[in-house]
Each structure stands twice: as structure tokens, then as C-alpha cells.
Design a protein around this ligand. Sequence first.
Ligand code: GAR
Length: 189
Amino acid sequence: MKRLSIFVSGNGTNLQRIAEYFLEDFEVKIENVVCNNPKAYAIERAKKLGIPVRMITKQDFNSEAFTQELKSLGIDLIVLAGFLWKLPESLVKAFPKKIVNIHPALLPKYGGKGFYGEHVHEAVVAAKEPYSGITVHYVNELYDSGEIILQARVSLDEKETPDSLAAKIHQLEQAYFPVAIEQVLNAIQ
Ligand code: GAR
């Protein structure tokens, strides 16, 4: 049995998709959803999916006790699914190559502080990039710079807007994120 902890801050469409993807896989369990935003719709999704929600403040998040809590739950992989806080170094060190993130662009471009959600799509459209896409990567101590696990790309149309690009990226995320997670889980002993 592999145990996942999924960290969220917003809508939770990736959480929903991951939960549905692994629903009938009895070797994979989503142990909890960790959320830093009391207004996140992801909380409702987790409740409907029957997954316990652990709300966090900055203070618990940065505490050693929180890392130990995840360890004592036997978490094998932490999945950042639209989670917008930087991880404390101690958490990253406690889960080496056991934390993955999804980013809505083709890293290393359009990554780093401030590049999240629609801000990424606005920048990509403004720069008239021919392509954008998604990157699933391991998490290290810096923003958006860990080893890349999977990228998928999509082309921009001449009349692309940040909203139309967001819809394309959403489709890529729904198709590829669970598959990338499955690959990572299969590689964990
Ligand atoms: C996703 O598009 C994800 O790639 C992005 O936030 C969105 C969350 O959507 N993540 C980042 O921008 C991280 N820097 P969701 O809450 O519906 O899954």
C-alpha cells in the first residue's frame, strides 16, 4: 500500500482527478488532504471524496511536528496539486524525491516566485509563445527547479487568451498528472 498526502490551496480539480484515478487501485490510498486556505473549494471536494482534511497555518506548516505527523501517517509521496506556499527545508529534507509538484507551464520558463495559476498564462500569452504546457517535477528547496518527471505541451493559437490557454492546460493536467504520479509510485520501493 502506498500512501499519498495531497497539498492544495484552491479549486482542487487536480485533487479530484487524482482521487478518481486511484479510486479502484487498492494499492494506493490518499491518506489526507493538507490545505492552507480556509476558502479553498478543494476542502468541499475532499469531504465529498471522504478524505480527511488537515488545515494548516504557516506556524504548523513550518514546525518539525508537522513533518513528524506526515511521517507517522506513513506518507510515501507528497503531491502538491495547486499548493502555493514554499515548503520548509526540513520538510523537503525529510521526504527526499518523495514530493512532486505540477506547474502550469514548460519549466524552466515561467517558473519561480509569482508564477502561479493565471499569472503564468497571462505571461505566456503576452510573450506570444508558440507553446505552453505542464511540468511535473520533484520538489527541492527552491521554487520550480527540481528534476523534471514529465512535460506535455500544447500550441497557442493566434487569438489565444489567458482563459483559453488555462482551459488547454487544465486538459493536459487532467490527462497526465495522475499518470506521472503512478510512475513515481511504481519507482518507490
Ligand atoms: C493548476 O493549474 C496547477 O498547475 C497550478 O495551480 C492550479 C491548481 O488548480 N499550480 C501552480 O501554479 C503552482 N505554481 P486546481 O486547484 O484546480 O487543481
